[in-house]
Design a protein around this ligand. Structure first.
Ligand SMILES: Nc1nc2c(c(=O)[nH]1)N[C@H]1C(S)=C(S)[C@@H](COP(=O)(O)O)O[C@H]1N2
Ligand SMILES: [Mo]
Length: 218
């Protein structure tokens, strides 16, 4: 869903000064040795690794250093974690928490949810992401709704801000198969089990365990 600014205004955002001064935050005008494509914010965009994508402003024209966060609609009203009793239609600018650092998360990329796959060997694949100065320490996979868990094989960390890819080879029998995955970070924190407990009016920051259901044919 794309949110329309009210009143209409150019896209804007802000990040805390210490983050802005960190060496990972970039003004980017090239990507993979080519000029930055217009679709991704060319000629120049901000890249704020570890923060939600919304803080990486594209087609940038102005940067200001100021005492308080931006009052642009996309900072003060959109992308905010409102308390359960708030009404997003009437919440005042600045209400709730501004989304910035990304929470520990993971997902299953292979197989697709709803896929029909043959019985036998299956390589389950996914990514995990810890954010900030934490790392992905472990990814567990369950084939029985979280009763028992196996550790996935973590691929090398390709950089402090990159997804950590993982995989696990299993044998799958015919029938419906529910696959669950969850990541632990280097502080020993685990993703929350259920999305229900994370509910918030705008539906943001759901980092609950990843689940896909597939049909294994005999
Ligand atoms: N100027 C401008 N910058 C923007 C946006 C926008 O609508 N306008 N969208 C933001 C959001 S919500 C995201 S997720 C990223 C997407 O960047 P990408 O198109 O390179 O994936 O750009 C961010 N920067
Ligand atoms: Mo976004």
């Amino acid at each position: 869903m794309s949110e329309l600014a009210s009143p209409p205004q150019p896209y804007g955002s802000s990040i805390p000064l210490p983050k802005a001064l960190s060496c990972e935050v970039l003004l980017a005008w090239r990507m993979n040795g080519e000029p930055l494509p217009e679709l991704h914010g060319g000629p120049v965009r901000v890249v704020v690794p570890g923060f939600i994508g919304a803080r990486s402003v594209k087609w940038i024209t102005t940067i200001t250093v100021q005492i308080a966060p931006s009052d642009n609609y996309f900072q003060s009203t959109a992308y905010r974690l409102l308390p359960a009793d708030a009404d997003p239609e009437t919440a005042a600018p600045g209400a709730g928490l501004s989304l910035s650092s990304i929470a520990l998360n993971s997902d299953i990329l292979v197989p697709d949810d709803g896929a029909v796959i043959p019985a036998g060997p299956l390589t389950i694949r996914g990514y995990a992401f810890a954010g900030d100065d934490r790392g992905v320490a472990r990814v567990d996979v369950s084939l029985d709704d979280g009763v028992t868990w196996r550790q996935a094989c973590l691929q090398p960390q390709r950089g402090p801000w990159a997804w950590r890819l993982w995989s696990l080879g299993v044998e799958v029998p015919p029938g419906e198969l529910r696959i669950t995955a969850r990541a632990w970070d280097s502080t020993g924190a685990l993703q929350p089990e259920s999305a229900a407990a994370l509910w918030n009016p705008k539906g943001y920051a759901n980092n609950s365990w990843a689940r896909v259901t597939v049909n294994v044919c005999g």
